[in-house]
Design a protein around this ligand. Structure first.
Ligand code: F6P
Length: 323
């Protein structure tokens, strides 16, 4: 193999640049050239390729986001659109591809593999919603951003004897909420997998108010409740002056953490090894602290683990009111 490509797809995540760097360094060491694709699958169909080298790799390892750019391209589901990508890759003698992104990106990688271009996927998303990987690239950095933000909000809530509703990203996966709730001891939390109703949240908030608890942090996953509306309801029910904070895209940015850099770089090396072995249609994940390569189809069909019992256990501990 003489030449491979690398692209980032879907929502950007801290650590994607380390994955790109890992691909470049591992391939270069084997005498393989690496071409970066601008703006994900969109760049693939338009031939937006540029040669990357180790000097470039060194320059990007501490940067947030993805230096290659990312885009969502729903049309990639169509075979005629994918054929354009295959034609561009062939015209540039690019034989195989590493795709860094969330599960939305893997079907494209699988279909390209079926069309003769071996592709390997790396799990890049802050959401930690890829069932076949214990952690995804970007989750640790985003989690640390959430923790830091919650602690800042706690400082001011504690000063003013208030409650805060804080909305956290995750796109249907509540891990950012659950992990942050454990790390910050948020009194009430409602992750996507085990949502609380408005009434349940208000009832609990009232109990804290009655016990003269000084400040209250209520963490909720995005896409379940309107944070501002919920804050109003909590205020009415509990008497706490309640403010809402939507953390938003601050969670996607920033320098990648050590753990994200490590996962991204080592998974990238593994992906290049698999491409050299002539494999495609695989997805690299972390399972019990070991990198594993599974076929994409089985990855996408893996059942979601039931997290409710664990969440309930933490919930009871966090909700304990000291007398
Ligand atoms: O998948 C990453 C993510 O940040 C989700 O947590 C969130 O729901 C979504 O992307 C936001 O997407 P956009 O940046 O397109 O608004």
């Amino acid at each position: 193999m003489k030449r491979i490509g690398v692209l980032t797809s879907g929502g950007d995540a801290p650590g994607m640049n380390n994955a790109i760097a890992g691909v470049v360094k591992a391939a270069e060491a084997q005498g393989i050239e690496v071409y970066g694709v601008r703006d994900g699958y969109k760049g693939l169909i338009n031939g937006w390729f540029e040669k990357l080298d180790s000097k470039f790799a060194l320059e990007i390892i501490s940067k947030g986001g993805t230096v290659l750019g990312s885009a969502r391209l729903p049309e990639f589901k169509e075979e005629s659109v994918r054929q354009k990508a295959v034609d561009q890759l062939k015209a540039h003698d690019i034989e195989a591809l590493v795709v860094i992104g969330g599960d939305g990106s893997y079907m494209g990688a699988q279909r390209l593999t079926e069309m003769g271009i071996n592709c390997i996927g790396l799990p890049g998303t802050i959401d930690n919603d890829i069932v076949s990987s214990d952690y995804t690239i970007g989750f640790d950095t985003a989690l640390n951003t959430v923790i830091e933000s919650v602690e800042k909000v706690r400082d001011t809530m504690q000063s003013h004897n208030r409650a805060a509703v804080i909305e956290v990203m995750g796109n249907g996966c509540g891990d950012l909420v659950t992990y942050a709730a454990i790390a910050t001891q948020a009194e009430i939390f409602s992750p996507s997998e085990s949502k609380l109703t408005v009434e349940q949240i208000c009832e609990q908030a009232k109990k804290f108010a009655e016990a003269n608890h000084r400040s209250l942090i209520i963490l909720i996953s995005e896409k379940q409740l309107d944070a501002n509306e919920l804050a109003k309801k909590v205020e009415e029910a509990s008497g706490y002056v309640t403010r809402a904070t939507i953390l938003g895209h601050v969670q996607r940015g920033g320098r990648p953490s050590g753990m994200d850099r490590y996962l991204a770089f080592t998974a990238a090396i593994y992906a290049v090894e698999k491409l050299i072995e002539g494999k495609g249609g695989l997805y690299i994940g972390l399972s019990e602290n070991k990198l594993v390569a599974r076929d994409i189809e089985s990855t996408l069909n893996m059942p979601k683990p039931d997290k409710t019992e664990f969440i309930e256990k933490i919930r009871l501990l966090n909700a304990k009111i000291s007398k």
